[in-house]
Design a protein around this ligand. Structure first.
Ligand SMILES: [Zn+2]
Length: 235
């Protein structure tokens, strides 16, 4: 077996292939997004059976041939089983997977986004409030993708900011610039989220009323160049 062809991955998407195989889209901590074939994994005797479903996190070993990845071995870490007990948590988890699938590029490792996704999935599996997890994910993701919300100065002119936000400008704005007025608490929440490590997501509590949730979703949509399918199913 080749050395070094092992990576911790989260299964983002699964499609059945031939009679007993699956094609997986994986978020690899080391290599970014990869498509990998899991041969024979739908047989009940397969050692890959428990690692090849959506949401599974496992240490995968690969045989790489002609640029294609073939899974040879998998050591399961967790399948975030408890997320499936709560439909709302599950829908939110699937949204996070969809966002990662579209944001992570092949051969582009993104350890920070990987850690954020893992932290968010653990929080959902532990019964953390799904809306809170999603909001946390959104602002941390903006930061990781180089779009950290500007909160210290007006995002348009650099003056001292008011309690106003302009999503397309990427942050708070001053009295004179165009923006929507928001409660001071929303800006404080964003600040708190940005100062919290992804792994500490469950330690941070903030109130996510409808106004803050809606603002966060609009911010998310503004930076994605696609409309997540899962988003329309969220209530
Ligand atoms: Zn301004």
């Amino acid at each position: 077996m080749l050395m070094g062809n092992t990576s911790l991955c989260i299964v983002l998407r699964v499609s059945n292939y031939k009679e007993n195989d699956k094609m997986l889209t994986l978020f690899s901590k080391e290599w970014g997004k990869i498509d990998a074939l899991a041969r024979g994994c739908r047989k009940s005797t397969s050692s890959l059976l428990s690692s090849t479903d959506v949401l599974c996190c496992a240490e995968f070993s690969f045989h790489i041939h002609a640029g294609r990845y073939y899974i040879t071995q998998a050591t399961p870490k967790t399948n975030f089983y408890d997320i499936r007990k709560n439909m709302n948590a599950l829908m939110n988890a699937l949204l996070l997977l969809e966002i990662c699938e579209k944001s992570v590029m092949p051969d582009e490792p993104n350890g920070k986004l990987f850690a954020l996704l893992a932290g968010a999935l653990y929080a959902l599996a532990n019964g953390d409030y799904p809306k809170k997890v999603l909001i946390f994910f959104i602002y941390k993701m903006l930061d990781i993708l180089g779009l950290r919300p500007m909160l210290k100065h007006c995002a348009l002119c650099g003056r001292s900011p008011a309690k106003k936000i302009n999503i397309s400008a990427g942050g708070v704005v001053c009295e004179n610039c165009l923006g929507e007025e928001v409660p001071a608490e929303y800006i404080e929440n964003i600040e708190k989220i940005l100062h919290t490590l992804s792994k500490d997501i469950q330690k941070l509590q903030f109130s996510c009323d409808k106004g803050f949730y809606d603002l966060s979703i609009r911010w998310l949509k503004n930076v994605l160049d696609f409309e997540p399918k899962t988003l329309v199913l969220l209530k």
